[in-house]
Design a protein around this ligand. Structure first.
Ligand SMILES: C[S@@+](CC[C@H](N)C(=O)[O-])C[C@H]1O[C@@H](n2cnc3c(N)ncnc32)[C@H](O)[C@@H]1O
Length: 241
């Protein structure tokens, strides 16, 4: 029987998530574009515009995956830019490395590691980004503590992830899409059914936009702001230390 990875906790969840992303690393980009209807790149761009990333910022992209946030940040920072991408799944990073080397020979810093223990120095970063990662971590409180440790005072924390629309008809439409339309798309594209069941279930169990907003405030982040994309089925959160 298929494991419901969204119910796992601690080390078991971390191992499940690592194994799943190592398994889907190659088709991930294609399927990601398909299920977001090609909108995911735009959401990353809008989120980075919102954070007003500037070319002398030092940025850590946690859960960098196949590198789409990382590459957009690298593009914005320019040749001298300092961005490090960290991910728990080696196979995702291998794809990120290929993509990065094709676009930016030279200055590429991609490392295996976890969002709760990055190995980065205290107060060393101006901005920490996480795109579709927070839902997957085993211990969000531990990640918040790590982000607060590595950000300089006043540094920014930016997350984009799945969410649940608060307007009921939008919520039904989003749930229907995740539960009904997406599995068909995945089957047609030859994707991994278990991984996309996990996406659906973990989204249901993840705090909605307002709950995550409150969680960040309780965790000690300042100036917490949030916004929605795609009728509330995606949420972005931005805060300062
Ligand atoms: C859905 S992908 C998103 C990748 C990328 N950020 C993007 O915007 O497309 C989630 C990534 O987070 C990574 N991940 C999950 N849990 C993690 C953790 N605790 N620490 C570091 N990376 C993690 C996974 O290996 C995967 O590559």
């Amino acid at each position: 029987m298929e494991t419901d990875g969204s119910l796992l906790k601690g080390q078991e969840k971390e191992e499940y998530v690592t194994g799943m992303f190592n398994r889907i690393a190659r088709p991930y980009d294609k399927l990601n574009g398909l299920i977001s209807m090609g909108r995911d790149a735009k959401w990353r761009q809008v989120a980075l515009d919102w954070a007003q990333v500037s070319c002398d910022d030092k940025v850590a992209d946690l859960g960098t995956g196949t590198g789409d946030f990382f590459l957009e940040i690298r593009q914005r920072l320019g040749e001298e830019g300092q961005v490090v991408g960290i991910d728990i799944a080696e196979n995702m990073l291998a794809v990120a490395k290929e993509k990065a080397q094709a676009r930016f020979p030279g200055n590429i810093d991609l490392r295996v590691g976890t969002a709760a223990a990055t190995g980065l120095a205290d107060a060393s970063q101006d901005l920490v980004t996480m795109g579709w990662v927070l839902r997957n971590v085993a211990d969000r409180a531990a990640v918040y503590r790590e982000v607060q440790r590595i950000l300089r005072p006043g540094g920014q924390f930016l997350c984009v992830d799945m969410s649940k629309p608060s307007f009921a008809p939008s919520r039904w439409a989003s749930q229907a899409y995740l539960a009904l339309a997406m599995p068909i798309l995945i089957r047609v594209a030859g994707g991994d059914r278990e991984a996309y069941d996990y996406l659906n279930r973990s989204t249901k169990r993840f705090p909605n936009r307002q709950e995550l907003h409150s969680e960040w405030q309780e965790a000690g982040f300042a100036d917490v702001k949030s916004r929605s994309f795609m009728m509330g089925s995606i949420a972005a959160h931005l805060a300062r230390t």
